[in-house]
Ligand binder design. Sequence first.
Ligand SMILES: Nc1ncnc2c1ncn2[C@@H]1O[C@H](COP(=O)(O)OP(=O)(O)OP(=O)(O)O)[C@@H](O)[C@H]1O
Ligand SMILES: [Mg+2]
Length: 274
Amino acid sequence: MSDVPDVHGQADLQHQVVLGQSHGVQSGLGLWQEQQVFIKTLLSGDPDTVARFAHEGQVAACLDHPLVASLLSQTPTDLIFPFIQGGTLRDLARCGPMLPADATAVVWGILEAVAHLHSRGVVHHDLKPENVMLLRGKAQASQVRLIDFGMSYAAHLPLDIHSGTRMGTPHFMAPEQFQGVRGDPRSDLYSVGVLLFDCLAGHPPYEDALGWLVGISENRAELPGPALLHPVMLAAIQRDREARPQSAQEMQDLLRAARAALNLPELPLQVAPS
Ligand SMILES: Nc1ncnc2c1ncn2[C@@H]1O[C@H](COP(=O)(O)OP(=O)(O)OP(=O)(O)O)[C@@H](O)[C@H]1O
Ligand SMILES: [Mg+2]
């Protein structure tokens, strides 16, 4: 390791293992300042890809919460995050529908992370099980680590990531997001509602997600899990965003009440609201 701190952190970075590549960005494992890190590396010189990569780093850099993957360092070609050992919520969900206690605990943690994003003027816009990591694979609120700000909207940044081909994932995307409305926190709450449904059912609510998004199909699968949780899911997955919870805290209030009615223990916040 260098004795002279490098402001960009680049001199300390060792790439070790390539994990994958998509849209001109490679992901991999490495070492940075003696810790294992997850690195996103820009491979493409395409101006759109370069701008999106810088945007993703700028969004991550403005966030600071224990349940959000923190950006350790950023260079023009590398975004360096702590390596989160344990896998994604998708990995866990592959084992089958989750117990209500576990699903609601994970969603509680996601809502706390999302509340932090929204307080910083950021809307994630790509909340899905692949973008939620669980430290040590545990289905607990405190183990949630929200990742992937590649689709995020930030009120203080100039780039509108929507103008392009990558839009998010139909199953988890709010109808207004599909129509092109950006930057509304309630779109994230819709996605969290789908996440809760998906964790409890083992599949998302609409088989024909595109049909639902364009308004030609209303065929929703049966609400999963205990009836006491149905109002939470139903409220969040409303087509009309005015009918949804209006903030992550409001959705947490619904979840808290449902957990209490189910005799599940109250969950603490990781960070006390200021
Ligand atoms: N900090 C991390 N530690 C460990 N694994 C991570 C970390 N961040 C991301 N991953 C893993 O890499 C995957 C892809 O990361 P991410 O979601 O940030 O990129 P992406 O833009 O969605 O890329 P892709 O198109 O390949 O999914 C995640 O689903 C997760 O499995
Ligand atoms: Mg992702």
